[in-house]
Design a protein around this ligand. Sequence first.
Ligand SMILES: NC(=O)c1ccc[n+]([C@@H]2O[C@H](COP(=O)([O-])OP(=O)(O)OC[C@H]3O[C@@H](n4cnc5c(N)ncnc54)[C@H](OP(=O)(O)O)[C@@H]3O)[C@@H](O)[C@H]2O)c1
Length: 302
Amino acid sequence: MAEYLVTGGTSFIASHVIKTLLEFGHYVRTTVRDSGDEEKDVGFLWELKGAKERLKIFEADLTVEGSFDDAVNGVDGVFHIASRVSVGRDNNNLEKFDPNISGTMNVMNSCAKSRNTVKRIVLTSSSTTIRYRFDATQVSPLNESHWTDLEYCKRFKIWYGYKKTLGEKEAWRIAADKKLNLVVVIPSFCIGPIPSPKPTSSPRIFLSIIKGTRGAYPNFRGGFVHIEDVVAAQILAMEDPKASGRILCSSSVAHWCGSEEGRDMPHSLNTTKIHELGFASFKSLPEMFDDCIKCFQDMGLL
Ligand SMILES: NC(=O)c1ccc[n+]([C@@H]2O[C@H](COP(=O)([O-])OP(=O)(O)OC[C@H]3O[C@@H](n4cnc5c(N)ncnc54)[C@H](OP(=O)(O)O)[C@@H]3O)[C@@H](O)[C@H]2O)c1
């Protein structure tokens, strides 16, 4: 069995990846910023099946150089999921972002130091690095060869897409520079059950919409994807020798009605590449939202 590092163990996506890797019998390391932080409560990770025998938790911060060295040292591959730019955060703030300090450089430097064992890095990017373009409708279906237009992001103040695009480009630059084997998974808006005690990220946004605490629906048109499909895509990207480059991971494109400009451009996404790697089919919108709502109900959040 392999030993993998999954960065950002408390995150929505990473916690699911950890859960599945443990179920498959792998050894898993993960990083959190503060393992003693009661507010974040990493305790749920220890409750995952196989965690007590095969999980190790390290402390690491993306802003601290060398912080990931110990966690990376000796693993077979790294799922880099922790991010200083995350869904529902940093949306209104461009000034603070510098792709050089996104932290990806720190993780990739640690991988370069452990290049004897680290065979591949799978980075989680976002479909916002592809879909924000003035010509999105005309050139659809959009695929892995398309990139978001930073001028479009500036025009409509889409800072999440802006930062994710610069961040992914920086990762490719570092990979080329340091000759690292990088594969990038590009999920759309992820929905599904949560393993953590509190929703973060996209499930938290969805919960605020259905509880009415958000006030209004976002005027967002985009791809949606079940979290289990994102996990399957991540593991495929790590373990299939044929996987390379960017891999789009998305089910249907749908529209939440609202009034914000720029986020509702009609478009479609082409997922031929992941299907050619053997990925069978994506779960539907009703499946992902039903699973998420059921989880919220079971947790007493609805
Ligand atoms: N959720 C989606 O719908 C979606 C869709 C497409 C792409 N993505 C991408 O997938 C990645 C993970 O998303 P998510 O939704 O799972 O994230 P999330 O639940 O919001 O969690 C973000 C994670 O990043 C960690 N982090 C933040 N700043 C850090 C720092 N300075 N040092 C170390 N760790 C830090 C957090 O750790 P702490 O616990 O210490 O705060 C947390 O584990 C992000 O890159 C996001 O853009 C997400």
